[in-house]
Design a protein around this ligand. Structure first.
Ligand code: FA5
Length: 332
């Protein structure tokens, strides 16, 4: 085919093409290494010089022309047709795809509510160490060595060290009072550990919130008022609670507080559930931190956060809280 017919044909094809892919094929068909124009240029070497010059000039001109046409067409397609597969197309109005999302754990949720409730009553939120000394976990709380009450708390001891994993948040009572003068109101949320068999309501790790209020005239009535207000914040105005006598070496008198299970789907519906230990701070504890017992008094309590979360969110088994299963935490 002579070069002019090639040019006409190529122009026609370029004119009609609508997609980049087809345009690319046209480029290859005419201008590629083995394309028709390239073949013509290649064949020139066998021609007499004059003819070779003429045809060479002509073929190169056509090559340039077709190249320009193809480039122009390419830009045209890119500009006008941005919805086909000619280019990656981004619809800025389309709803986005959310990255996988985490969820607040029920313990975190309820801890936040607990903190807000006590903060509204003037309590400060304090943090304490999970690895404790024997002194703060026991001795400072009026539980001397070899005292049978130590058996109340099955303890994880650290190898070769005089340290343990705190069995309750109560050590922070002594730690805080040593460094601060009364009057005071604090709560201490945190993780505790006990070396005991697990079941649906006991785990080897769990969370407590310690509470401590010391003043000149802080009484049992104050304690009841604060705890009732707190539990109503968490469980609503219909809450029913009761105080039972209990025993803790660091309070006198001591109580255990139960609440009535009202959650319709809870296994223990209609029964009393123990959620905290409490009492009036023992004079020996006050003495050990340098407070004068005749001058200062107050109450302390330790409430199980897991138990509160299980009640509020109707969770049957405490071990679910530590399963790390996203399908679980997603529900709250
Ligand atoms: C104490 O730990 C005392 N320190 C509480 C206290 C503080 C009394 C201040 C007086 C003054 P007790 O061992 O009963 O007490 O634990 C308190 C609460 O922690 C329990 O009512 C329960 O809600 C929770 N708890 C205890 N052991 C576990 C466990 N293994 N798993 C889950 N929750 C637990």
């Amino acid at each position: 085919m002579d070069i002019n017919s090639i040019k006409q044909e190529a122009k026609k094809e370029i004119d009609q093409v609508k997609r980049l892919k087809e345009l690319e094929q046209i480029f290859r068909k005419y201008l590629g290494k083995k394309g028709e124009v390239s073949l013509v240029l290649h064949s020139l070497k066998d021609l007499p010089e004059k003819e070779r010059k003429e045809k060479g000039l002509m073929a190169n001109k056509i090559k340039k022309e077709l190249n320009e046409l193809i480039t122009k067409k390419k830009n045209e397609i890119l500009l006008t047709d941005n919805k086909s597969d000619n280019q990656e197309w981004i619809d800025v109005t389309a709803p986005g795809i959310l990255p996988p999302q985490g969820y607040a754990h029920p313990i975190s949720l309820i801890q936040q509510q607990i903190e807000e409730s006590f903060q509204s009553m003037g309590f400060s939120v304090i943090d304490g160490p999970e690895v404790e000394t024997e002194y703060y976990n026991f001795d400072a709380l009026n539980i001397p060595k070899n005292h049978p009450a130590r058996d109340q708390w099955d303890t994880f001891w650290l190898k070769n060290l005089d340290l343990l994993l705190r069995t309750h948040t109560s050590p922070m009572q002594a730690r805080y009072m040593e460094k601060n003068n009364p009057p005071l109101r604090i709560i201490v949320p945190g993780r505790c550990f006990r070396h005991e068999a697990t079941d649906a309501s006991h785990d080897v790790q769990f969370y407590q919130v310690e509470g401590l209020m010391i003043g000149k005239n802080v009484s049992m009535a104050n304690f009841k008022g604060v705890i009732k207000a707190f539990l109503k914040d968490i469980f609503g105005p219909k809450l029913k609670m009761r105080l039972r006598p209990g025993y803790f070496p660091f309070t006198e008198p001591s109580f255990e507080i139960d609440i009535m299970v009202r959650q319709a789907h809870h296994k223990k519906l209609g029964q009393w559930l123990e959620i905290m230990g409490a009492g009036m701070v023992h004079p020996n504890v006050l003495k050990s931190v340098g407070y004068l017992p005749g001058e200062w008094q107050g109450f302390a309590f330790g409430v199980g956060i897991d138990r509160l979360a299980m009640l509020k969110y109707e969770i049957d088994d405490i071990r679910l809280l530590y399963s790390g299963d996203m399908r679980f935490s997603k529900q709250f």
